[in-house]
Structure formats: structure tokens, C-alpha cells
Design a binder for this molecule. Structure first.
Ligand code: ADP
Length: 432
């Protein structure tokens, strides 16, 4: 017999006995004599019925209680899972961030650091438990961390580390409140987070931009002042004097310089804003060079500089943009003439190399001091300012050449012997 049927059977007997009891109580109240076995059976029925009701009641309470506990347990497990997943996501996210992150406990000891921080500050593998100041020596950081842990005050500042190259960080110190969701200021502090953003490159770019603006202004001011000065002198009466012609020639020279400077600046800005679209095509190097040499022949003849094209060039084909390749060659050959001695030589050669075609332009000119070679391709960098300006240079030619070579996927460098000459090398992709 199943438990359910057994219980129903028992309930039936208990109910019947109780009914008999009630019946007997009715008969007694009508004057009948009590029947003892019947009284006993009634009592038994009442006990059984009470026991039965108690059992059922307990069972239902237990079932409801178990259900509630199960639901609570499931919800708790889910919450635990969600919290641990969120914690993992949060740690992974902080681990992947490019900013360095340092988490401190309430005593100011390191609890956790991310990979970026290890790299930025060259932290040892085991940093947990150490004081951050053992690893980063910086007085402002020390003060800010102490203040954050003591008063819960946030702070943000720029810190420079005397490394080589110099590193500049933007540091943000965020105290953690022991009451979740509350600002730590004025409450009990349970630790602090320090976030370090490496702004060295940003600062470097900012400095370069400022230098560039200062250089451009300076370059523009000199010819403009000269033009203004001579124009005023002419207007003041010199126009009808003998010197007028030479004054106008000076004005023209400076106007040409200004035009060249503006053209070079436009080319630089076009290259740097990535507007430059290369039309790459297979080009015979010798053919391109022939056109360029023709163009500068007059300038070379004026200085009696002989131009030689090595036979190696004949069979070489490169993959390049014709217009920009001409500009590269023109700038380098123009310098080779400008900075050459009277009656000097220039030799252009090319070689096939693993990385493509290596072109070299060798001159017998004044040469470049070895300490100037690394900075030669910077904008406005000149070895001899006076000579460059005298020769109509803008100081932008090599910067443009470097950008153009790099846009073709090549590289450029120079070798030189002071007083003996210089050789400029650049590579270009080869056309098969
Ligand atoms: P610039 O307009 O002054 O010629 P460039 O950017 O073309 O500017 O060159 C930068 C500097 O490099 C020049 O001012 C010059 O001092 C030096 N330079 C470039 N080419 C040569 C060369 N072939 N021989 C000697 N010095 C050179």
C-alpha cells in the first residue's frame, strides 16, 4: 500500500471513530448510558486524528521550508557566480588596459598590479605586499597615496621619471570607501587605486608641434622682414635710383624662398595628414633618373659639377610613384649640387638587395659632421644654417624625402666624411 493511500485509510478510520464518539455523546446527552468500548475507540479516533493532522501540518511546513531554502540557495549560488564572473571580467579588463593600475590595501601595501604597470615601471614579478614607494621613488606620489588613504581625497597630477628616455605619466589616485557605492572622502578608507597613463609620446608630439610652429614663424619672418624693408626703401624714393634693380632682385629672391617654403610646408602637411595617394607602377630607374638629371643639368653646370649615372642602374626596375620618386631624386641631387665644391662630382648607383633596390647618391662635397647625421632628416634641421639659407634651402627637403621613401615602404640613411663628401642611400620595392 502506498503511503498516500495508507494515510487516507487511517484518516477514514480516525474520522469514523470520532463520528462514533460524537454519536455516543449525543446519545448520552439524551439520557443513554455510555458504552465503554465505544468511548475507548472514540478516544483512539481523536488521538489518531490529532496525530494525523499534526503529521500533515508538519509535512506541509517542512515542504514549504525546504522549498524556500532551495530557492534561496539557488539564488545565492547564482549571485555568487555572477559576482565572481564580474570580478574576473573586471580583473581581465584591468589586466588588458594600457594604463598601469596599482591597487593598495588600507595599510598602503600593494594588493594587485596589472601587466602594463609591471612593464611601465619595471616592477619585479612579486610585488604584492610591498610598499609602492619601494618600487617607484617619487615624492608627490608618496604624498598623494598617503593623503588618499588618510582622508579619502582623490588627486591627479603629472609625474616625470628620470629614466632614459624620460617618461611622463598622468597619475590618478582614487581612494576606495569601505562602504560600497560611497565616495571615500570623509568615510573609512579600505584602500586606493592608482592609475598611471603614459603621456610621454603625447608630450613629445606637443613639444614637436610647438617647435614646428616656432620654426615656421621664424622661417616666414626673415624673408617677410627683408621684403618689407626693401619695399619701404623703394617707396621712400629709392625706386628711381640705381640700386632699385638690385633691391627688386633681393625681393624676388626672398619671394621665391617664401614660395618654396610654403610649397614644402604644404607637401609635409599633405604627407603627414595621410592624404598622400601613391600611384605605384613598375618604373625603369634609369629612365626616371634621365628626366631628373635633365632638369637639374643647368644648376650642376653653373657649379661645374659632373653628374654620373652608374651602368648598374640600366636594368633596374622599381615599384614606385613616378611623381614622388622624381621628387626624392630631385631633392637629394639638388643637395648634392648645393653642398658640393666647385668642379665636384656626383655619382648615382643602384643595387639589388634582399629588401628591394638600394639607390645611392654620392657627392664630393663639404660633408656632414658625424654628430649631425642622426638628426639630418628632422624638419628644419640644418648643419650650417647660414649656408642653407644662402643657397635658398628651407630645411624641409630631407624631411620630405624621408616621408616619401617611407610611404613607399623603404628607408633612408646617410654616410659622410667631413670635407670629403656624403652618400645618401634609400631603398625602394623592386618591380619583378
Ligand atoms: P636644406 O633646404 O637646408 O637643404 P634639407 O632638409 O634638404 O634642407 O637638408 C638639411 C641639411 O642637411 C642641410 O641644411 C645641409 O646642412 C645638410 N645636407 C643635406 N644634404 C647634404 C649634402 N649632400 N652634403 C652636405 N650637407 C648636406
Amino acid at each position: 500500500m502506498s503511503a498516500k493511500i495508507r494515510w487516507k485509510f487511517l484518516l477514514l478510520i480516525a474520522s469514523s471513530l470520532t463520528c462514533f464518539g460524537l454519536l455516543q455523546w449525543g446519545l448520552i446527552s439524551m439520557g443513554q448510558k455510555p458504552f465503554l468500548p465505544m468511548t475507548f475507540l472514540t478516544l483512539l479516533g481523536i488521538i489518531l486524528l490529532t496525530f494525523f493532522i499534526h503529521q500533515r501540518w508538519m509535512q506541509s511546513i517542512e515542504a514549504r521550508f525546504t522549498k524556500t531554502i532551495d530557492t534561496l540557495q539557488a539564488e545565492w549560488n547564482q549571485t555568487l557566480k555572477r559576482v565572481s564572473r564580474e570580478k574576473e571580467d573586471c580583473l581581465r579588463m584591468m589586466q588588458e588596459m594600457s594604463e598601469g593600475i596599482l591597487i593598495l590595501d588600507e595599510r598602503g601595501r600593494i594588493r594587485w598590479v596589472n601587466e602594463a604597470l609591471r612593464t611601465l615601471f619595471a616592477f619585479p614579478e612579486e610585488a604584492t605586499g610591498k610598499s609602492p614607494l619601494e618600487l617607484i621613488r617619487h615624492s608627490e606620489l608618496e604624498e598623494a597615496l598617503k593623503e588618499a588613504l588618510k582622508t579619502g581625497k582623490r588627486s591627479s597630477f603629472e609625474m616625470t621619471l628620470p629614466s632614459s628616455p624620460q617618461k611622463i605619466f598622468e597619475a590618478n589616485i582614487i581612494p576606495m570607501s569601505s562602504s560600497p557605492g560611497m565616495d571615500a572622502e570623509g568615510t573609512e578608507v579600505s584602500g586606493a587605486i592608482a592609475v598611471f597613463h603614459d603621456i610621454s609620446r603625447l608630450k613629445e608630439l606637443e613639444r614637436m608641434r610647438q617647435d614646428f610652429v616656432a620654426n615656421v614663424s621664424h622661417e616666414l619672418r626673415t624673408p617677410l622682414t627683408t621684403i618689407k624693408g626693401y619695399t619701404e626703401t623703394l617707396l621712400d624714393g629709392a625706386l628711381h635710383e640705381e640700386v632699385a634693380f638690385s633691391f627688386i632682385q633681393i625681393i624676388q629672391k626672398h619671394t621665391d624662398r617664401l614660395t618654396k617654403l610654403v610649397e614644402d610646408l604644404l607637401t609635409i602637411s599633405k604627407i603627414e595628414s595621410r592624404e598622400l595617394r601613391l600611384n605605384l607602377e613598375p618604373l625603369n630607374l634609369s629612365e626616371v633618373l634621365r628626366d631628373v638629371l635633365e632638369f637639374i643639368q643647368e644648376a650642376a653646370q653653373k657649379k661645374r659639377v659632373s653628374l654620373q649615372k652608374d651602368v648598374s642602374i640600366e636594368s633596374i626596375w622599381v615599384k614606385a610613384d613616378r611623381f614622388y620618386l622624381e621628387q626624392i631624386l630631385l631633392n637629394l641631387l639638388d643637395n648634392a649640387i648645393k653642398y658640393n665644391r666647385e668642379g665636384g662630382e656626383i655619382k648615382v648607383s643602384a643595387q639589388l638587395k634582399d629588401q628591394g633596390v638600394e639607390v645611392s647618391i654620392q657627392d664630393s662635397g663639404i660633408g656632414i659632421p658625424s654628430e649631425d647625421l642622426p638628426r639630418l632628416f628632422e624638419r628644419f634641421y640644418r648643419v650650417d644654417k647660414g649656408r642653407s639659407k644662402e643657397l635658398g634651402g628651407t630645411g624641409l627637403g630631407l624631411a620630405i624625402v624621408k616621408h616619401l621613401v617611407q610611404a613607399h615602404g623603404g628607408r633612408i640613411w646617410a654616410k659622410s666624411q667631413l670635407g670629403e663628401g656624403s652618400t645618401f642611400f634609400f631603398t625602394l620595392p623592386r618591380s619583378l
